[in-house]
Design a binder for this molecule. Structure first.
Ligand SMILES: [Zn+2]
Ligand SMILES: [Zn+2]
Length: 437
């Protein structure tokens, strides 16, 4: 009996061992040093929206190195890498490339010290605080892995390096430049976004709407300037603006159905120059997040009514009511195709384990990846969340002594190695599965 067990154990081991997975895991480990170096290089050299020149050259070179045909400067600094590998579907995999105009405060040895002169002439710190550096690293790692595993799939890989995501412009720029005319029309599109709340080693999936419509609204409020000591001779736009800001708070709380989601944030209020001068103009900048068009329309209507109503109550005649600049275009909500999410979830369950695959709640952030699936071609797209929170931060958060920094926080940083490892595995295996459908 014992002899029988001794024979059966090695046999069980042989049958439970998946040689492809294991070989790929080993391959990914050998890639980590290279990709980590690339990550640190990109992180240290961030470029803000519409200035991604060096970053795009770097990525184009990475793709060429492994055999992609690459077109550069396609829709701004956009790049399109094509790898034809026989008959089969075309699959788009997009990364964004831009950083944000803010100073990094992580204190990391590889923190960015870059300063950028913006288009309006200000000098600003520059940081990859939205994790796009990690997106680019995983994207490069995936391109390399797809070449390494070329004999396991056939079709056309379409790698997109997109500029200007943070200003919601880059995807539109690339589509307008003729992405779906100059290159094959993709059958599917995938992307990932770094998650500031999911631990590294895990991924998150959500079906349907996962990110909101986002739009920026500008409001110019007029008044009548005067000496600060003579308010009776003014129509004070600072007071008008304050009233408008407070009234805007009632739209979500009082006008919307409580079961609908929306956010209205006044992110900037600017007016005046000095203590004792009542200015004649104040400018507000708002961001609006919604899922449904009827909610979006209601919000637009109420913003107008509030601005005009408050201005009238301040004694401004109609010609001096606030000027509201609504966006012509807005970033549409991201819709994750259900079938794609099912496939990617199953792939992830088997490659990183069910315990590392979480369901992600919809969020009010926006992402212009939505545009690739919102054209007349109606391409099914899906974006997954890549967990990036380092273990030391997660432990502190779980013990209640620490709030996790959000994306766009000067303190945000991903766990480099584990995020790369998980991202390359999930993206590569998902693509191979999709090519073989
Ligand atoms: Zn961002
Ligand atoms: Zn982002």
């Amino acid at each position: 009996m014992i002899r029988y067990i001794i024979y059966i154990i090695p046999l069980l081991l042989i049958f439970s061992f998946n040689p492809i997975n294991n070989k790929f895991e080993n391959y990914v480990e050998t890639e980590i040093p290279y990709l980590k170096e690339l990550y640190i290089d990109i992180h240290k050299n961030p470029e803000i929206s519409l200035m991604e020149k060096e970053t795009s050259i770097k990525l184009a070179n990475e793709l060429r190195k492994v055999g992609f045909d690459v077109e550069e400067n396609f829709g701004g600094y956009g790049i399109v890498g094509i790898l034809k590998n026989g008959e089969g579907p075309t699959i788009l995999y997009r990364t964004d490339m831009d950083a944000l105009p803010m100073e990094e405060k992580t204190g990391l040895p590889y923190a960015s010290k870059v300063k950028t002169k913006t288009f309006d002439g200000n000098e600003v710190g520059t940081m990859h605080s939205c994790g796009h550096d990690m997106h680019m690293t995983v994207w490069t790692g995936t391109a390399r892995a797809m070449v390494e595993r070329k004999n396991e799939w056939s079709g056309t890989m379409m790698m997109i390096g997109q500029p200007a995501e943070e200003i919601g412009a880059g995807a539109a720029m690339m589509l307008k430049a003729g992405l779906y005319e100059e290159f094959p029309i993709p059958d599917y599109g995938i992307a990932l976004h770094a998650s500031p709340t999911i631990p590294s080693g895990k991924v998150g999936f959500g079906k349907g709407y996962i990110m909101a419509n986002t739009e920026s609204v500008d409001i110019k409020i007029f008044g009548q300037g005067s000496h600060g000591a003579a308010p009776h001779m003014s129509i004070d736009p600072i007071v008008t603006a304050s009233m408008i800001v407070m009234e805007l708070q009632t739209i979500v709380s009082r006008n919307l159905n409580p079961l609908d989601d929306a956010v209205i944030t006044v992110g900037s209020i600017k007016g005046g120059t000095k203590h004792n001068i009542i200015p004649d103009e104040v400018n507000l900048q708002l961001t609006i997040r919604t899922y449904k068009d009827e909610v979006r329309n209601l919000i637009h209507k109420r913003i107008k009514e509030i601005c005009n109503g408050v201005a009238a109550s301040m004694g401004l005649d109609e010609s001096r009511w606030p000027k509201i600049i609504m966006p012509e275009q807005y970033t549409p909500a991201n819709y994750n195709d259900e079938l794609l999410i099912d496939i990617m979830t199953n792939v992830s369950n088997s490659i990183i384990g069910e315990e590392n695959v979480v369901t992600a709640e919809p969020q009010m952030v926006g992402e212009d990846f939505a545009r690739y699936g919102s054209t007349k071609e109606n391409i099914p797209t899906a974006m997954y969340w890549l967990g990036t929170v380092p273990k030391e931060r997660m432990d502190k958060y779980n013990s209640g002594e620490y709030a996790l920094p959000a994306l766009h926080s000067p303190f945000y940083y991903p766990d480099i190695e584990n995020s790369i490892r998980t991202g390359v595995k999930v993206s590569t295996e998902s693509l191979i599965k999709l090519f073989n459908m």
